[in-house]
Design a protein around this ligand. Sequence first.
Ligand SMILES: Nc1nc2c(c(=O)[nH]1)N[C@H]1C(S)=C(S)[C@@H](COP(=O)(O)OP(=O)(O)OC[C@H]3O[C@@H](n4cnc5c(=O)[nH]c(N)nc54)[C@H](O)[C@@H]3O)O[C@H]1N2
Ligand SMILES: Nc1nc2c(c(=O)[nH]1)N[C@H]1C(S)=C(S)[C@@H](COP(=O)(O)OP(=O)(O)OC[C@H]3O[C@@H](n4cnc5c(=O)[nH]c(N)nc54)[C@H](O)[C@@H]3O)O[C@H]1N2
Ligand code: SF4
Ligand SMILES: [Mo]
Length: 846
Amino acid sequence: MDTGTVVSDRIADVYGTRTPHSRGTVWPARVDQFLDPDVDEADVERWVQSACLLCSNGCGVDIAVKDGRMVGVRGRATDMVNHGRLGPKGLYGSTRWANAGDRLTRPLVREGGRLVETDWETAMGRIVERSKALLEEKGPLSHGFYTSGQLFLEEYYTLAVIGKAGLGTPHMDGNTRLCTATSAAAFKESFGADGQPGSYTDIEHCEAVFLYGHNMPETQTVLWARILDRTRGEDPPKVVCVDPRRTLVALEAERTGGVHLAPRVGTNMALMNGLTRELFEHDWIDHEWVAEHTLGLDDLREVVEPYTPEHVAEICGIDPEELRRAARIFGESEAVLSTVLQGFYQSHQATAASVAVHNLHLLRGMIGRPGAGVLQMNGQPTAQNNRECGADGDLPGFRNWDNPSHVQQLAEAWDVDPMTIPHWAPPTHAMQIFSYAEAGTIGLLWISATNPAVSMPESARIRRILGGDQCFVVVQDLFLTETAELADVVLPAAGWGEKTGCFTNVNRTVHLSEKAVEPPGEARSDLDIFLMYADAMGFTNNSGRPLIGWRTAEEAFDAWAAITGDRPVDYTGLSYAKLRGPTGLPWPVNEQHPDGTDRLYADGVFPTDTDYCETFGHDLLTGGTVTEQEHRAMHPAGRAFLKGAPYSPAHEEPSEAYPLLYTTGRTVYHFHTRTKTGRSRDLNRAAPDAWVELSARDAEARDIVEGDWVRVESPRGAIEVRARVGNVMDGAVFAPFHYGRWEPSEADGGGHPDAEHRQANELTMTVWDPVSKQPTFKTAACQVTKVRSGDGPSPAPTTTASAPVREPADGRRRPRRTEGGGPTSSTVLDETPDYPLDPSTPERGR
Ligand SMILES: Nc1nc2c(c(=O)[nH]1)N[C@H]1C(S)=C(S)[C@@H](COP(=O)(O)OP(=O)(O)OC[C@H]3O[C@@H](n4cnc5c(=O)[nH]c(N)nc54)[C@H](O)[C@@H]3O)O[C@H]1N2
Ligand SMILES: Nc1nc2c(c(=O)[nH]1)N[C@H]1C(S)=C(S)[C@@H](COP(=O)(O)OP(=O)(O)OC[C@H]3O[C@@H](n4cnc5c(=O)[nH]c(N)nc54)[C@H](O)[C@@H]3O)O[C@H]1N2
Ligand code: SF4
Ligand SMILES: [Mo]
């Protein structure tokens, strides 16, 4: 069956062996596997079905179990998402954390300033006591919930019902606000509702692929491998990269005859307006399709008119000819796939710039057909479910909080008074929730599966809010994180593989993740914890029965599916039984589409009808809302909106004191605040400590060479880390945001002598996009000064966008090649499984 197995080090060889193929053919299957070095494959007792929880790609995976422990993973060959492949995080980072010696195993409560162990009754008792007192004294608005993009669908839905129908608080959001709020907002503005139009199979059919502020080679490595298998095959697509760093995407753009546009940090909108204007200028427009399926053409043309290539070049610091070239690639290809992520979402005009990507596709009628797709990416593995289920404040099922009949549908499903369900104002976004907690108007803040002390902007402020007496803080996590250390009550949670539930990836594909092992000590699933709270609070419905009518994950799933039937996010054809099949399935899954749906909007009909849509929309520049009356007057009737906005400068521009632009992001080897990847020795050694990247010119001007200790300062704070002279554009500084105060005990390879001063978010700003309310982690101003000479290279990896720009003259500073991952096996199958929805399978034709 197989054509041989390759054993390799997937720290050094991030993407594994290539399986090149040509346009319109199925992506070959390759099965990647990693087992703990002391485990033989023959000793694995069980393989348990799941999907990887370390990024939004959602690769299908089986978990290896031995002696009641998770000991490795294997990609699922039959899964339509990954065709068997896994990346370095999935391989080395999926299971190691679970067996770490420092898991939370018992609840903790604060006594005399210290956190001490206690039992569940005491810990939950304290929460319930505070909760009841606050409800009596101040009402439901005293409660805030800040959750995650890493829990399961069943957990979000349960929490959403508790918050909306049990308590009645609008103060509920996820870290999805920091992550993919813009994805949802952009879909709503253009198409009327959230929901990814495109599909991963667009990679097999596209003629060009545009990546906007998306470092896919580091953040969705398996998806990038899928692209590499096209760009290294016959008739490769051209790659266009929009990123101020020379990432691996930029290198691939150079290889394929595409373009690398490196806009000045914070100027995306000017660039997008320039591309849009070029489409008008050259009449690269599908007039018939646009007339039939869109609204707003004339207004858009007017908005982009001033953005000539020369004008854009001046704002963005790019070559006008390169802009023209990129626009021509878009204008002359029949099928372009676009992907968008944090370089756009975490900038100040996030929604406007992401909507501009939709505009390009709509103008060319490039949506809903193979190869012509948009992937407004997610980042976290379960961010999509938070958005769907409403633990991010939206109403479950992409319902419109401003539409009384949508509220009524939920009131009936839950058997509660519609007035209980908060819908008198937009849901409170995370940044606002923290402001209310700061002021003490929120007196109970419940944080689950996120580490805001490291991941939210302006860290000093967040620590102050969490550590103060004005608000009672509950933290539910696997570990005693930087956030948990500041809490009043800490609840030990069961993690991935220790509980059952479902989650949905970027292209709407739903996977079931089965419980493989028992959680440690007294840790409980987040679902059980939320149910325990609901029971203790005694929430009931109008009939006097318990508000939450389910006890198990499967029952929660069925309850969720039951309220999705008449909504775009239709789960009615899904069940646990069905999800135990060979592959995850993309929604909508219903009677009409029993195997799921590969791409949305094939018929050019969008969910924009006034009575059906999820929002009436906003002004993209100011965030001002469009009213129901205004929306109705436009008669959208299934047409998509073309919406534009002029470019406006970022909140903080460089100044004399802070002459450089500060931007932040990721490395391939760590996930977020490293609670999982920091506990994998293979991954931690590859990127053991923080650094900043400077261009050669900016480094030289400051007498800085590779590995020197530098102080990076913004008006909000400072860090001291080592410098990598790297591939970032002149005038900009890039810092990875993974490194908080926590240092892994296994750290070999050298951490930081003073871990209090390395956290990228000490420098970022408390400002957000006016529409999506996503904070702008990617634009601020800073100064960099040399503190002292280093005694070796910086700890930045060499295999990625962080690679050094050139060999340092001083041999001691020469970075060592990043390598050293335990042996993984990789097997290319010579018979590709049948992927039922894949339009490239021969029997389906093209
Ligand atoms: N290895 C790894 N993978 C991950 C994660 C992780 O932590 N580690 N996290 C997951 C999650 S939750 C997310 S949200 C995704 C994020 O995935 P990405 O968005 O791909 O990652 P980032 O590094 O945050 O940012 C992407 C790029 O934006 C560029 N950028 C910075 N400023 C600007 C700008 O002004 N304009 C433009 N055009 N680009 C700019 C940066 O140079 C960077 O290369 O990754 C997911 N996958
Ligand atoms: N400067 C800067 N800051 C950023 C970003 C950036 O690019 N730059 N990116 C932002 C983005 S996109 C994101 S997504 C955020 C991520 O930021 P966070 O959400 O804070 O990052 P994580 O480290 O993933 O935190 C998840 C926590 O949940 C815990 N956990 C994992 N599984 C479970 C579970 O099943 N149950 C419970 N109860 N706990 C669990 C983990 O131990 C961990 O502590 O960071 C944001 N912050
Ligand atoms: S690409 Fe993402 S989902 Fe797939 S193995 Fe890597 S981290 Fe996991
Ligand atoms: Mo994210």
